[in-house]
Unconditional design. Sequence first.
Length: 78
Amino acid sequence: MKDEIKGLKDIHHFEELTELADDYIDYYNNDRFQMGRAKLSPNQFEAYVKTGDYPLIQYQNPPAVPISHYQSQTQLQI
């Protein structure tokens, strides 16, 4: 995170830091794709695993739904 956020040296107030961190977390969870998660953001990947609908329609051959990965994650949360 610190390598991707520019201007950390210019922050002088805690409120500025929390706003910047919140914006980055929102970006990471909703917009930043990850190659290890079928080229999806974490929220898109979770929806894909739950529904099986691949949100990137430009790909004709979407990757298989990783059910075992999702099941192991939900078992840890219980």
